[in-house]
Design a protein. Sequence first.
Length: 350
Amino acid sequence: MKKNRLGIIGGGQLGMFTCIAAKKKGIKSIILSETEEFSAKNFCDRFFISDFKNFNNIDKFIDSADYFTIETENVPISIIHYIEKKKKVFPCSKVIEIAQNRLKEKKFLNSISGINTTEYLQPKNFEDFKYASKNFNYNCILKSKELGYDGKGQYKISKNNLDIFKEFNFDKFILEKIVDFKKEISIILIKSNANAINYPIVENIHKESILRESFYPAKINKKIKSEAISKSFEIANQISLNGVLAIEMFILKNGQILINELAPRPHNSGHWSMDACNESQYDNLINSIFFNNLTPPKVIAKCRMINLIGNDYKKIESLKKKYRCYDYYKKEIRDSRKMGHYIILDQLNS
Ligand code: ADP
Ligand code: MG
């Protein structure tokens, strides 16, 4: 029987765009969501609402699809291992396991020749933490190893706030040195058995640790561009990528590239590919899983992708008059919540 059903763990906007891409290519999508209301609800063919750890429901979800992917890395790895006993997951558990844990991710990245991350330490207790913070000149961030996104689970350290962390469970955190970067960029790689592609590098602007804007082309020189791409392919090879991997990087003032983090799924900074490329990151995710052949992205316009965060969403009706807007259909506006985005295109030769 033809395999044409994709199970997606998570139902947020990344899942929603994956469902839309799947439908265009004749693939049915089945969502597993932990919440009753979710962005992909009206775009998937079927859904299960369940705690990710309810194995009874996971069994039904496994039976409902041929292949599986994730739209969030914040999934218990035991579930991915469980699914993998029966069916294929894109990317495989090894990739997800590394990318969902900052410590594993940093150890993995630094073990690759030519790849570096920011400096970090693993304080074991409060005394250790004070010593480590001093070591970083109190210019550092405590970051949760797991379950963080959009700056959640992160605490900026200063000489004056150390005591807040007296009762802290340091096991779940790493302490990372703050770097004075010049730019942030990201790159999306997709691999199938037949070929591997990368989307062009975009430049990212974050405010309060949340992505506000991505734009193509990134304003970087040729040397940095080619180094960033070759580092990305080296990471993808070392991790034995199948499916999508997004890589966030810091570019320092001296031109050094540090890898910030990996996301084993389509990425917010790749939304622009829906409007300014022949095939988007979501289209090529479907290609990698079902058609084993990727379409090398061709860029058709310069692009700015701007997130609508929290109350920004109230502007969506007026923005629609001028720009292509995407609504994530979230039931309530919350501070720091990504509610939608809009796109500003410009001619390539302008
Ligand atoms: P998240 O998983 O929430 O995206 P990140 O580690 O990517 O976590 O942090 C979010 C943003 O916070 C980064 O894109 C960057 O702008 C800022 N940031 C994080 N770590 C550092 C650092 N070590 N030095 C400087 N800025 C940082
Ligand atoms: Mg990040």
